[in-house]
Design a protein around this ligand. Structure first.
Ligand code: M6R
Length: 609
């Protein structure tokens, strides 16, 4: 959560800072600010509540110039979203400015201490203590002062610091919160995410925990390890295409990412099927251990948790291994029963979600081994697991997860087949059949994208409701959960998903003419049961939108609207029905005038508990 940028070099820092903050805005958009060192002894800090556009206007009006600066876009944790709580935060002298991602857990204690020594605080944030701690330790060496200050901190941080004495330097460090640096002939850059840097350099260094980098105006970067000794890290080459961070003609990232899904699913499964066998070279080191497992626990949050629910079905059907699926924030506070025969599958698009990271840590401490599925190769979740699998969705910018969900589900299907083969439950014929079925999915998604006009009609019909109910069975139920989450998240319309067979046990009392019901009624073993459930809600006056298999004309007679999806094996239906529900949620959000890419109160990565 939150985004950090910084530039020192030749040229105007504000251009890089504003552009970088706009790129990182998906990580937090309550308030934003920059600090620019104009010349020795002259530090200017400008903050605005609201989106980066507000800040950009102010920076232009105030004509802030200088070739060294840091910036921040915030998702509030400590202290309400306001100008005074926006970063950068400064020390008592006004010479030091700090931007911070993460949470300082002992900030209250530090604040008391600093207050008792006469420091004056301007904000309610945890971050401000860092500026004052640096102030106390600064004796002309920014790196040394930063090291001394961070030695007092408990918690997580990605930090960038400037001092008006050093108009040619930015010091950065991190602990459990990403910081990436890079350089070019123009100077040196820092971001909390490489996407802020890719227009300037493709070779970046992911800073390690407790290391410090000092960026110089000539582009040089000095690195210091936790022992304060210099070190020379190898840069990582980022090969995202130039269009990654732009909407490329789409009105919003969400739509762009929805339309990317046929390609994403192809990329995700590419190379996984080879001559009737599954290919998972990343799991080679775990290969013999995987033969010994007797249980699987899946952890994740939000959409990633939903992918886990689908994976349970895959794994139990194909590998016949018992699976439990847990919301990571609950798992970490239970007393889970895991041991060295338990495989933990952690699912996290960002690889940064605090609860999922903690769940991985707990599981491993109990002897289990963890495989993480993530979209971010250098992420903490990837590094802190026994193995990781790249879902290959390419960067996802819209806060609502779309393509990452499909990629997770497709990869989990492949993983379950792999384990099915290892357990002797699947043979080469099964693999060949699955391979053919899943290979057909990208074209089937494209077919659904062509259904947009009908989906818009359904969205118009439901947009005035105060609540929408989603019902389905089996895979259809999980798709409903994901569809309801999408709708809540981007349109602020109340939505609930229930197993269709469960509505008689209470939820049907909610139904009347004002509550539309979205039903997943694709062809499956429970199709007839779902039809009975449709009749039950229809009898109570509900307007019904069905997601049905093309060719199913009889469903029209029972429902008000039908969105057809191509015929597909039931187990792969979440890969198609979810696409229809993503578009449905987006259309409703747009009708209601919501910002689909940056919904209120949310941020892309939840790096705090
Ligand atoms: O990065 P992660 O997959 O760990 O994120 C988990 C959730 O925060 C995320 O899926 C969230 O629910 C999405 N915004 C839903 O669209």
């Amino acid at each position: 959560m939150c985004g950090i940028v910084g530039f020192v070099g030749r040229g105007d820092a504000k251009d890089f800072l504003i552009k970088g903050l706009l790129t990182l805005e998906y990580r937090g958009y309550d308030s934003a600010g920059v600090a620019v060192v104009r010349e020795k002894g002259d530090l200017e800090v400008i903050c605005r509540k609201g989106k980066v556009a507000e800040l950009s206007r102010a920076v232009k009006e105030l004509n802030v110039t200088g070739s060294c600066g840091i910036g921040h876009t915030r998702w509030a944790t400590h202290g309400e979203p306001s100008e005074v709580n926006a970063h950068p935060h400064i020390d008592c002298t006004g010479n030091i400015a700090v931007v911070h991602n993460g949470i300082i857990e002992n900030f209250m204690e530090l604040k008391e201490e600093l207050l008792s020594r006469g420091h004056a605080f301007a904000s309610e944030t945890d971050t401000e203590v860092i500026a004052h701690l640096i102030e106390e330790s600064y004796e002309g060496d920014l790196v040394q002062a930063l090291r001394a200050a961070t030695s007092r901190l408990i918690g997580a941080y990605g930090l960038a610091v400037v001092h008006s004495d050093c108009p040619d330097e930015i010091a950065v460090t991190r602990k459990e919160s990403p910081i990436v640096v890079g350089n070019s002939v123009k100077g040196a850059f820092v971001g909390s995410d490489p996407i802020a840097l890719i227009d300037y350099t493709r070779d970046v260094v992911y800073l390690e925990d407790d290391c410090i980098a000092l960026l110089h105006g000539d582009g040089k970067i000095d690195y210091y390890g936790p022992d304060a000794e210099p070190y020379y890290p190898e840069p990582t080459h980022i090969d995202w295409d130039a269009e990654t961070a732009s909407r490329t003609g789409f009105p919003d990232f969400m739509l762009k990412e929805i339309y990317e899904q046929p390609r994403v699913v192809s990329d995700t499964i590419a190379g996984r099927f080879a001559d009737g066998a599954m290919s998972f070279p990343e799991l080679e080191e775990l290969d013999s251990w995987l033969d010994t497992i007797d249980g699987i626990t899946i952890v994740g949050c939000g959409t990633s948790y939903h992918a886990g629910l689908i994976a349970r079905e895959f794994l139990e059907r194909w590998a016949r291994i018992p699976v439990s699926v847990e919301v990571a924030s609950e798992f970490r506070y239970r007393s889970p029963i895991l041991d060295d025969r338990t495989l933990v599958i952690a699912i996290t698009q960002s690889g940064e979600t605090a609860d999922t990271l903690e769940a991985i840590k707990i599981a491993r401490s109990l002897g289990a081994k963890a495989i993480t599925l993530t979209n971010v190769i250098g992420s903490r979740a990837a590094r802190e697991s026994d193995a990781f699998l790249n879902i290959r969705a390419n960067i996802e910018i819209s806060v609502a997860a779309t393509k990452s969900f499909l990629a997770q589900v497709a990869l989990l299907a492949c993983l379950a087949m792999h384990l099915g083969v290892k357990c002797g439950k699947l043979g080469s014929e099964d693999i060949a059949r699955f391979a053919a079925e899943i290979a057909a999915v990208p074209a089937q998604i494209t077919q659904i994208l062509n259904e947009r006009p009908e989906i818009l009609r359904c969205a118009k019909a439901c947009s005035k409701a105060h609540s929408v109910m989603f019902i389905g069975r089996g895979f259809g139920y999980v798709s409903c959960k994901e569809g309801a989450l999408k709708l809540k998240e981007i349109s602020y319309l109340h939505a609930e998903a229930y197993p269709a067979g469960e509505i008689k046990h209470g939820p049907i009392a909610l139904i009347d003419e004002s509550v539309p019901v979205v039903v997943i009624a694709t062809k499956s073993d429970t199709y007839e049961k779902v039809v009975s459930n449709i009749i039950e809600v229809r009898t109570r006056g509900a307007k019904i939108v069905a997601i049905a298999t093309e060719g199913d004309e009889s469903i029209r007679k029972l429902t008000d609207y039908v969105i057809y999806v191509p015929e597909i094996p039931d187990c792969f239906s979440p890969l198609t029905t979810s696409v229809a529900l993503q578009l449905f949620a987006r259309e409703i959000a747009l009708i209601k005038g919501c910002d689909v890419d940056q919904p209120r109160n949310l941020a892309k990565s939840v790096t705090v508990e």
